[in-house]
Design a protein around this ligand. Structure first.
Ligand code: AHR
Length: 493
């Protein structure tokens, strides 16, 4: 990748808000994502608050997680909420048929999830069961959670929570084209209309109804859902995973060369074209952009780590994942007028996780650090970027060497997020600031000597953000030297 990337930041034509809900996280009953990763109950060896481990809570609070999506995923379409309320010892032990065939003790149910949300200072995004549940079961769950009065509210009070909870977001099933019931879009649209009808918020409150949207490039799914069900919904989801080498996931999370590095980053870049494709369809039926596109599952999906249960989707996380995360967060800025929520999969111990645990041990992943570097984007104003980047090639994969986004934070600071995909060469970038005079520039960088660098329980700080000194300002132009294989966040005051 030779040459200089040229970027113009259009501070003179500010764009939409970079919604904080783009940093939503997904926590499913899957592997050790909930049990062990978040919930340790009364295990005295691991300090906890209301059953949730303190070390993980503290790390997540640093990220200012805005929303948590729960209980699935595929798990949601076979989850029966009544099994997760009442005295824990009386709850039925089920089999988690989708994820590893292990016992699901129902220890974490509605009350525990709401505790988690409260402990994080986040909001609840609950995914309902359309797959094998009834509209009545779904309606009663919502009433149980949100109603100030009535016998379900009394039952909630008997179970320890007299006050109704807020449920600002509710998913009308999940992946109805697959694990949610293998439906055709026409049937899914009809069911979405029917189930969504019975999602009722108590007076003075609102529940945003998120329909189970398309997989990857299935624009027909989006078209049928929005054409047939737009009056009943507020958002349509999109799921797209970065799977180097295609489905089923078989690439190693940690052992890879430059070919797989480039293949992975090129696959991550595909999110841009997919969002454009689905947005174009949505624009036809909803030109005012009332209905959000909620990319509520994204991230890398590799073969599980050696020696782990393949149904647990446990994978390590390297500098490559950090680049994937930052590329996505940059792409979402470009589409922030339609994309108001996204959720990386998943929060702890599953797929592209923020945090890995093993018993009492915990480690923050490179992906965690990217979320930390980008957190001041939350609810800031997107400053559109025009970018001309050289291309980086390896094997059959080609992608722009540099990706970028810019947001004026709520603090007034202009933040510019950048990635350099080239694993060997630094990239020089000139950034012309149009409509704002850059004063002092400071920054952070995330990189490492090896593209396979990762954090382990024994070496938890191998991949850490460091102060970045590679930017200089002259007039309205910044000249930045991005180290090879890096994520950089600049702050312009
Ligand atoms: O995140 C893992 C799984 O991926 C989810 O349960 C499902 O929705 C998707 O297929």
């Amino acid at each position: 990748a030779q040459g200089t990337a040229a970027i113009t930041v259009r501070a003179d034509t500010p764009g939409p808000v970079y919604d904080k809900r783009i940093f939503t996280q997904f926590a499913e009953h899957l592997g050790t994502g909930i049990y062990g990763g978040l919930w340790v109950g009364n295990d005295r060896a691991i300090p906890s608050t209301r059953g949730f481990r303190n070390d993980v809570l503290a790390a997540l609070r640093e990220l200012r997680v805005p929303v948590v999506r729960w209980p699935g995923g595929c798990f949601a379409d076979e989850y029966h909420w009544r099994e997760g309320i009442g005295p824990r010892r009386d709850r039925p032990v089920k089999i988690n048929t989708h994820w590893g065939g292990v016992e699901e003790p129902n220890t974490v149910g509605t009350h525990e999830f709401m505790d988690l949300v409260e402990l994080l200072g986040a909001e609840a995004y609950v995914a309902g069961n359309v797959g094998n549940g009834t509209p009545q079961e779904m309606a009663e769950w919502i009433e149980y959670m949100t109603s100030p009065a009535g016998s379900l509210a009394e039952e909630r009070a008997r179970n320890g929570h007299p006050e109704p909870w807020a449920v600002p977001y509710f998913g009308v099933g999940n992946e109805l084209w697959g694990c949610g019931g293998n439906m055709r879009p026409e049937y899914a649209a009809d069911l979405t209309r029917r189930y969504a009808t019975f999602i009722k918020a108590p007076q003075g409150t609102r529940i945003i109804k998120i329909a189970a949207g398309a997989n990857n490039d299935d624009a027909n799914w989006t078209e049928v859902l929005i054409r047939e069900a737009s009056r009943q919904i507020d958002a349509l989801s999109l799921h797209y995973y970065t799977v180097p080498g295609g489905w089923p996931p078989r690439a190693s999370a940690t052992q890879f060369g430059e070919d797989k590095w480039a293949l992975t980053l090129a696959a991550a870049n595909r999110m841009d074209e997919l969002i454009t494709q689905h947005t174009d369809v949505m624009d036809k039926y909803d030109p005012e952009k009332r209905i959000w596109l909620a990319v509520d599952e994204w991230g890398t999906w590799y073969a599980g780590d050696p020696g782990t249960n393949p149904g647990f989707l446990r994978q390590q996380n390297t500098l490559r994942d950090a680049l994937v995360a930052a590329i996505h967060l940059n792409i979402f800025a470009k589409h922030a007028d339609r994309v108001k929520m996204t959720a990386i999969a998943q929060m702890v111990n599953v797929l592209q996780a923020m945090i890995l645990t093993d018993g009492p041990k915990m480690v923050l992943t490179p992906t965690y650090h990217v979320f930390h570097m980008y957190r001041d984007y939350m609810d800031g104003t997107v400053l559109p970027v025009e970018i001309q980047s050289p291309y980086y090639n390896a094997g059959p994969s080609t992608l722009p060497t540099v990706s970028a986004s810019a947001v004026r934070g709520k603090d007034g600071v202009v933040h510019v997020g950048l990635t350099n995909a080239d694993p060997d060469q630094p990239s020089t970038v000139t950034i012309r600031m149009q409509g704002v005079t850059p004063g002092a520039v400071s920054g952070m960088v995330l990189t490492a000597d090896e593209m396979t660098a990762l954090n382990t329980f024994d070496a938890p700080e191998a991949v850490q953000p460091a102060t970045f000194n590679g930017a200089t300002v002259q007039g309205d132009t910044l000249t930045v030297t991005l180290p090879a294989k890096s994520v950089v966040m600049l702050d312009l005051r």
